[in-house]
Design a protein around this ligand. Structure first.
Ligand code: FMN
Ligand code: 7N5
Length: 364
């Protein structure tokens, strides 16, 4: 019998064995040299703790709210495309796992299941991630379908005017499955004999002229709150607040877009300071441990989102695999809170961690 799985990193190897190379590479890969991909996880390792002792940690409460919606822990499922590469049930299985864990799922624009299928499969709280298409009417219809089907927020991804250069996908001549929700709305025939057909599909479909002023347009077609995903600087955080978004996701798209963009955990504090508590700030990228989640909360995030580990869990063991991934992260966070002297998420403060920046300042 295989030995027991003890952490979410172990799902990566199981997924590698379970999946055809093209699918695994699509999930696993980052842009170009994959510098940022390595940094997303490495930067967490450079942050250490300042744990406090002799505080009553006999009961740990990880619950919190995101945009007012209660969740069992500050952990969300990040929007990732093409879940049927991992498992025949695709996003329906992921959504059921989210419901079972009392976790919020962000469903991708590039999902393999329809909004309607996911909505009717479970009662998880769901957000819908969108790209703005050259055909704005298509995006408007998607947003309205999400709203009709009980999705609670729109997460607008703003770091993808074009798809990043993912060299594994280029070598594999990655196929371009038609995102299920675009069927009937758009005929997408990515014409490309070389390279990643998925990148060709994105170039053909997504609108690279999207600007800050277009958030007004998006607001005019939905009454749902809008989060922007892909902010990495204080300047853009301030702009996002000026145009009235409901929340910000600090993200470099799992290092799949601009290589040498900073590891997200290294810029979280800059964004949090600029936002000044006015709207929630979420973060994703490289979160693999409960300790990572604690560090993100200490630096001011309301919650974290998990990308690849969810896909690896889905590939390895379907819905149960996703559940295991979320449960493992929850268990680790609970223990980290106990060992740091923080019985609730509100007790986690900036003084519980020591960053590279703190160490540098001490030496001055
Ligand atoms: C295979 C894959 C597909 C993704 N698809 C999308 C997507 O459709 N929309 C989006 O906004 N982000 C997408 N992302 C980025 C994730 O939402 C998230 O930012 C990233 O995966 C977080 O990093 P992590 O994988 O290290 O947890 C994707 C990421 C991966 C790995
Ligand atoms: C046009 C769909 C893009 C999916 C995506 O965002 C990713 O693969 O990272």
């Amino acid at each position: 019998m295989a030995s027991e799985l003890v952490n979410v990193n172990e799902f990566q190897e199981l997924a590698r064995r379970a999946l055809p190379k093209m699918y695994f590479d699509y999930y696993n890969g980052g842009a170009e040299d994959e510098h940022t991909l390595r940094e997303n996880t490495e930067a967490f390792r450079r942050i250490t703790f300042r744990p406090r002792v002799l505080l009553d940690v006999s009961r740990i409460d990880m619950s919190t709210t995101i945009l007012g919606y209660p969740t069992s822990a500050p952990i969300m499922i990040a929007p990732t495309g093409l879940h049927k590469f991992a498992h025949p049930e695709g996003e329906v299985a992921t959504a059921r796992a989210a419901a079972a864990c009392n976790t919020i799922m962000a469903m991708s624009f590039a999902a393999d299941c329809t909004l309607e299928e996911v909505a009717s499969s479970c009662n998880a709280i769901r957000f819908f991630q969108i790209y703005v298409c050259k055909r704005r009417d298509v995006t408007a219809v998607l947003v309205q379908r999400a709203e009709r089907n009980g999705f609670k927020a729109i997460m607008l991804t703003v770091d993808t005017p074009r798809l990043g250069r993912r060299e594994a996908d280029i070598k594999n001549k990655m196929i371009a499955p038609q995102p299920k929700n675009l069927e009937v709305l758009l005929s997408t025939e990515a014409v490309s004999d070389t390279g990643s057909k998925f990148a060709a599909f994105a170039a053909e479909t997504l609108d690279p002229s999207l600007c800050w002023k277009d958030i007004d347009w998006l607001r005019s077609v939905t009454s749902l709150p809008i989060l922007v995903k892909g902010v990495l600087t204080a300047e853009d955080a301030i702009k996002a607040m000026e145009v009235g978004v409901a929340g910000i996701v600090v993200s470099n798209h799992g290092a799949r877009q601009l290589d040498y963009s900073p590891a997200t955990i290294t810029v979280l504090e800059e964004v949090v300071r600029a936002v000044g508590g006015k709207i929630p700030v979420l973060i994703d990228g490289g979160v693999r441990r409960g300790t990572d989640i604690f560090k993100a909360l200490a630096l001011g995030a309301q919650a974290v989102m998990i990308g690849r580990p969810v896909l690896y869990g889905l590939a390895a063991k379907g819905e149960n695999g996703v559940r295991r991934v979320i449960e493992m992260l929850k268990d680790e966070l609970e223990l980290t809170m106990a060992l740091s002297g923080c019985p609730t998420v509100k007790d986690i403060t900036r003084s519980h961690v020591r960053t590279e920046y703190d160490r540098f300042n001490c030496r001055l």
